[in-house]
Ligand binder design. Sequence first.
Ligand SMILES: Nc1ncnc2c1ncn2[C@@H]1O[C@H](COP(=O)(O)OP(=O)(O)OP(=O)(O)O)[C@@H](O)[C@H]1O
Ligand SMILES: [Zn+2]
Length: 456
Amino acid sequence: MTTIRLHNTKTRTKEVFAPIDPDNVRMYVCGPTVYDRAHLGNARPVVVFDVLYRLLREVYGADHVTYVRNFTDVDDKINARAKDSGREIGEITAETTQWFLDDMGALGALEPDHMPRATAYIPQMIAMIETLIEGGHAYEAEGHVLFSVDSWREGYGKLSGRSVDDMIAGARVEVAPYKRDPMDFVLWKPSSDDLPGWESPWGRGRPGWHIECSAMAYELLGESFDIHGGGNDLMFPHHENEIAQSCCAHPEGDFARVWMHNEMLQVEGKKMSKSLGNFFTVHDLLEQGVPGEVIRFVFLSTHYRKPMDWTEAKAREAEAVLRKWRALTAGIEPAASAAPAVIAALADDLNAAGAIAELHRLASEGDAAVLLASARMLGLLTTELGAWAETGSLDLSTYEARLAAAREAAIASKDFAEVDRLKAGYVAAGLEVRMSKAGVELVPGPGFDADKLEAV
Ligand SMILES: Nc1ncnc2c1ncn2[C@@H]1O[C@H](COP(=O)(O)OP(=O)(O)OP(=O)(O)O)[C@@H](O)[C@H]1O
Ligand SMILES: [Zn+2]
């Protein structure tokens, strides 16, 4: 069996992955808070952990992996959005959830086995909070229930490797009169009548964000499971708090054994985020005609533990490569299995960039069947993602000849109107127009639209 090595944030080393139960490898990844379209940064963990999911399915068998990714559909950001827009919360969360699934589907992400919505697990959250209170790890104050960080000093901060003092200094720790310690965090808070709320032993209220993941992971994966993933922006406080809650409520287990964190998608050195306003959505890019497969390829070209930028140059390069590979594999049956070197690269802490380098080698050797099987391990060159590239049947040379002829006529007549019209039409159809003494060359760009071209 292939040996998988994964970098574990908890130990800061690359470790041999040994699942608790090889018949049921279990992974939890923090999902989106559903109040707005996913930005490109939000898609990075989705693509990264999709590749890990595919690798685990390859190695342990498709029926022996359980992947859970939640939807946070109760959160103050959602409440604020509903208030600002005058819309119903349920309408916003349902719409945003569907957008997320559509956009991530367009990037070739497989759907996880379970996609729990937080609001469907409120009784489990309440039960977990009760256990924490009984164990002396949480206390009630003014309708709130807070986790007492002091009750678990020995474990708190281990994941992110910070001292409690550093954490207080580095984070926006909310100081509130009802907290015994500023580090204590909310498990449950009271809801006024205009906010979503559930009856609980502490009155009508709603859960804090962190307890949602702990309760859903416990319910669906048990007290110990294999992998927990998310962006490294979630390491503190979210993951640190998840660990504290889960380990204190279920000391018989060890919650997640391997913690994996993807680095951030950046814009000019800063994390792409809603709060900074430096974002564009996946939907925007798709609408602009950037194929989902191209976005996926660009993500996979950088190792998940390195920060990366989205650039148009990367997208153009990815598109050219994918076009070439799609042409090379057109009409070919994929080989029975991926190239061992591709699987080995992925098994080495998800070295997708290394796997892509292997794909280039296979392409240069003309090994189309193995290239196809190997690319599909990465979710590339799949039939579902291929519609954008179906321009092979369209012969650009007739359009090139037409422009060349128009140019010749224009040089004689000094009337360039037709040349300008054709050029503008080609550009609008997403083609790059290269004109030189040697002739005319048309190169399809990311937004290439065959229908628009036919209409010119
Ligand atoms: N720029 C980014 N690059 C990579 N992953 C990111 C980025 N921004 C958010 N994520 C990840 O997206 C997932 C969803 O996070 P969350 O719902 O907190 O996003 P958000 O509310 O849009 O956050 P933000 O305000 O930071 O943009 C998390 O796993 C998070 O780590
Ligand atoms: Zn989480």
